[in-house]
Design a protein around this ligand. Structure first.
Ligand code: SF4
Length: 475
C-alpha cells in the first residue's frame, strides 16, 4: 500500500498549509497497525473543516479505541485538485497520507445542501465510482451523516449508508460491525438493521429511520487529547466547548431546533474542566461556549462567573455567540462584559410581531427593546440583528416592519450604536413545520433586501448584509 505523495505540488498551490498535516494534538495512529480504518471527510476546504466540532468528536472517539484508527479528509482547493487529477493522484487521509480507497469507511458529514456537489467531488477525487451501484466490493463504504442526512434522497444514488442523528454512540456500533464482518454486502446488511441507518440499496420499499440521540451528553468529557490546532487560520480559530444540545424555542423554520431535540445540557463542571485543560494545553486565546441558544443554558450565569474566576481573561477571550434578547439580565450582561464581549446579537427573524408569531419566534418588540436598553445601559455599542426574508405568509408590510424596527433601535441608540443587519433567505427544511412551504423567487428576495438596504443602509452606523448565494440568476 503506497502513500499519496503531494510534496512536489505544495510549492505550486495557493495555501500549502492546508495540506501539511502534523497539527498540534493530531492523533496520528498507525494505518497498518490497526484493523479498521475510517476516513472522516469534511467536504469543503481545510480551514472550514478543521473548525468543525462534530468531526473532531468522532475522530477523537475512534482513535481512543483499540484496533481502530480514524484519519481526516478535507476537499483540496481546485488548484491542488486539478494537479492531482493530472497526475492521477487520489484523495488521501491527511495524517496517514493513505489513499481514501484503502480505508474501510469513508464517512462524509453533510452540514449544508450547498456542499452536496462537493460530496460528489470528494468521492470522485478518491478514485471511487460516483454511483454506489458501480463501486467495487473492495471499495470503502461511503457513509453520510450530519443534519442534511435527514433529506437523503438527493444523494441516495451516491451514498451507501445514511446515518441519522448524533453518532457518538452509533460510531462504536458501526466500528463493531466493520470489525466483525469483512464482506461489504454483509456490512451493509448489518447497517441496514440499525435503527438509525438508511441503506438506499436495501431499503427501496420505504422505511422509518430513527434519529439517534447521544444520551451521555450531560456528563461527556474530552475523549482523547485536546482539540486539534491548525497551522493556518481556521474559520473559527478557537477552542469550542459545546454547552447544550438542542433548543427549547421551537422556531418553525429552524432545522437545527428540530434535528437536535430534545434539549440536553452539559454539566457546568465538565465544561469548566475541559476548557481549563484545553487552554492550559494549547494556549487558546479564544474559547467559545457554543449551543443553539446559549442564554437558555440554565447555569449560564454560574458558568460565566466560574470562568471569570478561573480563566485569565487577558489571555483568553471567552465568546458566547447566540443570545436571546428576552433572556438578557444585568448580571448576565455584566459577566459577559467582564469576559471581554463587546456586542449583542439578536435574531428577531421577522420585523412584525404577526410574522414572528407565525414562525413561533415568540419575541415581542418590548422584549427586543428591553434587551437593547440593557446592552446600552451597560455600555455596549454594537448590535447584530438577523432577519429572514421570504418567510411563509410574508408580505411587503412585513418588510416595512423590518425597516421600522431597525429605525426604532437606531433611535434608542441615539444613532451612535453600530447596527449590523444580516438578511437571509428563508429555505424550507425537512422535518420542520415549514418543510413543504415554497422558497420565494430570487428576484423577489433581492428586491426585498434592496428595499431594506435603501431605507436603512444609508446611515453610516448601519450596515446591511444579504446573501447572494441563493440568487445566482440575478447577481
Ligand atoms: S431560537 Fe434559534 S436555534 Fe432555537 S429554534 Fe429558534 S432559530 Fe432555532
Amino acid at each position: 500500500m503506497k502513500q499519496v505523495d503531494i510534496q512536489h505540488l505544495l510549492p505550486l498551490v495557493e495555501k500549502p498549509s492546508r495540506y501539511i498535516d502534523h497539527e498540534i494534538n493530531a492523533c496520528r495512529k498507525d494505518f497498518a497497525g490497526n484493523k479498521i480504518r475510517m476516513a472522516f471527510a469534511f467536504p469543503d476546504a481545510y480551514e472550514i473543516g478543521i473548525s468543525h466540532l462534530g468531526l473532531k468528536i468522532l475522530y477523537s472517539i475512534v482513535n481512543s479505541l483499540p484496533d481502530l484508527m480514524a484519519d481526516r479528509v478535507y476537499l483540496p482547493w481546485t488548484d491542488l485538485a486539478d494537479m492531482m487529477r493530472a497526475e492521477k493522484l487520489k484523495l488521501f487521509g491527511w495524517e496517514s497520507r493513505m489513499p481514501v480507497d484503502q480505508f474501510d469507511l469513508l464517512g462524509i458529514t453533510l452540514q449544508s445542501e450547498l456542499t452536496f456537489s462537493n460530496v460528489l467531488e470528494t468521492i470522485d477525487l478518491s478514485g471511487l465510482a460516483i454511483r454506489s451501484e458501480l463501486r467495487a466490493e473492495t471499495d470503502p463504504i461511503v457513509m453520510a451523516g450530519g443534519p442534511c442526512a435527514t433529506n437523503p434522497l438527493p444523494l441516495a444514488p451516491f451514498v451507501d449508508v445514511f446515518y441519522l442523528g448524533e453518532a457518538e454512540e452509533g460510531i462504536i456500533e458501526i466500528a463493531e460491525i466493520l470489525k466483525e464482518h469483512s464482506s461489504k454486502q454483509e456490512r451493509l446488511r448489518k447497517f441496514a438493521d440499525m435503527d438509525s441507518c438508511y441503506v438506499p440499496a436495501m431499503h427501496q420499499d420505504g422505511r422509518i429511520v430513527h434519529s439517534s440521540k447521544f444520551n451521555g451528553f450531560h456528563n461527556s468529557q474530552l475523549q482523547h487529547k485536546p482539540q486539534l490546532l491548525s497551522w493556518q487560520l481556521a474559520t473559527h480559530n478557537r477552542y469550542v466547548a459545546e454547552i447544550m444540545r438542542g433548543c427549547s424555542r421551537g422556531c418553525r423554520f429552524c432545522h437545527a431546533g428540530y434535528f437536535y431535540r430534545p434539549v440536553r445540557e452539559r454539566a457546568p463542571e465538565a465544561i469548566l474542566q475541559d476548557l481549563l485543560t484545553e487552554v492550559k494545553a494549547s494556549g487558546w486565546d479564544e474559547a467559545g461556549l457554543v449551543s443553539l441558544s446559549s442564554s437558555d443554558y440554565s447555569c449560564i450565569q454560574e458558568l460565566l462567573l466560574s470562568l471569570l474566576f478561573a480563566v485569565d481573561t487577558q489571555k483568553t477571550h471567552i465568546s458566547l455567540p447566540s443570545l436571546r434578547a428576552d433572556s438578557l439580565s444585568d448580571p448576565l450582561v455584566k459577566a459577559m462584559q467582564s469576559l471581554g464581549r463587546e456586542g449583542l446579537t439578536i435574531a428577531p427573524e421577522a420585523g412584525s410581531e404577526r410574522l414572528r408569531k407565525v414562525i413561533n419566534k415568540n419575541l415581542s418588540e418590548t422584549e427586543i427593546m428591553a434587551g437593547i436598553e440593557t446592552a446600552l445601559r451597560l455600555g455596549w455599542q454594537k448590535i447584530k440583528l438577523y432577519f429572514m426574508l421570504g418567510l411563509p405568509t410574508e408580505t411587503e408590510e412585513d418588510i416595512d416592519a423590518i425597516i421600522e424596527l431597525i429605525d426604532k433601535i437606531n433611535a434608542i441608540g441615539k444613532r451612535r450604536l453600530q447596527i449590523n443587519v444580516t438578511l437571509s433567505p428563508f429555505v424550507p427544511k425537512p422535518f420542520t413545520p415549514f418543510q413543504w412551504c415554497k422558497m420565494l423567487e430570487g428576484e423577489i428576495l433581492l428586491n426585498r433586501a434592496w428595499r431594506v438596504k435603501n431605507s436603512c443602509g444609508k446611515a453610516r452606523n448601519i450596515k446591511i448584509k444579504y446573501h447572494t448565494t441563493c440568487l445566482p440568476a440575478i447577481v
